[in-house]
Design a protein around this ligand. Structure first.
Ligand code: FAD
Length: 401
């Protein structure tokens, strides 16, 4: 048995490797990464500041070496034998482990229409390189999928004066994760920026010049990018007999049903206290689950808890959502010069908050809101809506109480 093996060197796997050392784990750590690069962050892929794809590394090779992390760059795990505690690599090597972490992330959901192979995915640096290397004056790009990543890409491309059409099967873009008011505002901004929308329709076929929609409309396209969501990467886990559903199922300690095997990040579906499993697809979740799983692999028994949080940048606007706003929550709006904040109350208790503003202007407010949510406050909605009432005052009154 040779220490800890981590399969997947994305945000989660890489963070877990370093967190193991921070938790004073002194055994061998092997990080297996299928991609041919040093570990890098995905969010900057859809928010490049220049003309080319940008790679923001999570760590350098020196940092990996000095932490004693054996990084197998460009290697993939092709089989897991949980009986003997061995991972088989694509080159045939067998590595044995004492404990194992699945951090295999997610893979793009694929279109199934004729010509689907002509659409580019947008998940990896290689995908981003392929997309941005094709950019040029007069190019017509069709983005299939009006979710966060599709709309971020649309805003980047409009900034380069490229013609952009978005095809979305729902009646509006951004409907899944973004609170309604802010989804509407972002939608309006995209229209004002000249993005063409084809809503409530699917894709019937793709060829080298156009995308045909299910109602027969033909949308001209020199380049088609498909961002219709992701599926958790569970292939290896499933073949090894781990329990999977919408992700590799774990308990609240991020342990799978097999001894000494953990899962975290985009691939993990974590048991909920009220029953069922929840899987997140966010950067912060990947990091926090990585840290919890690492401490638990190093000997702790820490339940995973975190407030969900994500951000998105579109044009000069920054969206941040903390917690999980629901239509059943009471929504309190606070208007500020730099943008708007929404607070969500569940039976009077603050459970979520969202902000849409220019640049990073509301980041501090969301940070404060996160602390108020954690403190479990039951604020007066009128005071919450009043921009003159400093959010710090709510914290002070919690402390005083
Ligand atoms: C373009 C883009 C923009 C995003 N923007 C945001 C954002 O603004 N805000 C936000 O909160 N989140 C954002 N996200 C989501 C966020 O990046 C992910 O939630 C996060 O990267 C998940 O990390 P992970 O390590 O769990 O999975 P991944 O990042 O998917 O990493 C998993 C790694 O495991 C490797 N792997 C899989 N199987 C094997 C195997 N058998 N052997 C070896 N290696 C394997 C994969 O190649 C991959 O490198 C964005 C994602 C994308 C794609």
């Amino acid at each position: 048995m040779d220490g800890i093996i981590i399969i997947g060197a994305g945000e989660c796997g890489t963070r877990a490797a370093f967190a193991l050392r921070e938790a004073k784990y002194s055994g061998a750590i092997t990080l297996i990464g299928a991609e041919p690069h040093l570990p890098y962050e995905r969010p900057p892929l859809s928010k490049p500041t220049g003309d080319l794809a940008e790679m923001k590394l999570i760590c350098t090779s020196d940092a990996l070496a000095s932490a004693g992390i054996d990084y197998l760059q460009g290697s993939s795990a092709s089989k897991l034998d949980s009986e003997t505690g061995a991972v088989i690599l694509n080159d045939g090597r067998a590595l044995t482990y004492e404990k194992l972490l699945f951090a295999t992330g997610a893979r793009p959901r694929k279109l199934t229409c004729p010509g689907a192979e002509l659409a580019l995915d947008f998940r990896t640096y290689a995908d981003a390189e392929m997309i941005f290397s094709r950019m040029g004056k007069g190019l017509r790009v069709v983005i299939i999928g009006g979710g966060l990543i599709g709309m971020e890409l649309a805003s980047v491309l409009r900034g380069k004066d490229i013609t952009v059409d978005v095809i979305e099967s729902a009646p509006k873009p951004l409907g899944r994760a973004v609170p309604m008011r802010f989804a509407e505002k972002l939608f309006a901004r995209h229209i004002a920026e000249g993005v063409g929308f084809h809503l409530g329709r699917g894709v019937a076929a793709i060829n080298s010049f156009s995308v045909t929609l299910t109602d027969g409309t033909m949308v001209p396209a020199d380049l088609v990018v498909s961002v219709i969501g992701v599926l958790p990467e569970t292939t290896l886990a499933e073949a090894a007999g781990l329990m999977t559903g919408n992700g590799i199922q774990t308990d609240i300690y991020l342990r799978t049903n097999m001894p000494n095997i953990f899962a975290a990040g985009d691939c993990a579906a974590v048991a909920q206290p009220g029953g069922g499993y929840i899987r997140y697809e966010t950067w912060r979740n990947a990091r926090v689950q990585a840290e919890t799983a690492a401490r638990n692999m190093a000997g702790s028994a820490e339940a995973f808890t975190t407030l969900s949080w994500f951000w998105s940048d579109q044009y000069d606007l920054n969206l941040q959502v903390a917690g999980l706003p629901q239509p059943t929550h009471q929504c309190v709006l606070r208007s500020l010069p730099a943008g708007e904040l929404e607070f969500y109350l569940d039976n009077g208790r603050l459970v979520a908050a969202a902000a849409l503003g220019s640049g990073n202007s509301l980041a501090k407010d969301i940070k404060l809101a996160e602390r108020l949510i954690a403190a479990g406050i039951h604020p007066d909605p009128a005071a919450l809506a009043d921009p003159r009432a400093n959010l710090k005052m709510f914290l002070k009154s919690v402390r005083a109480a």
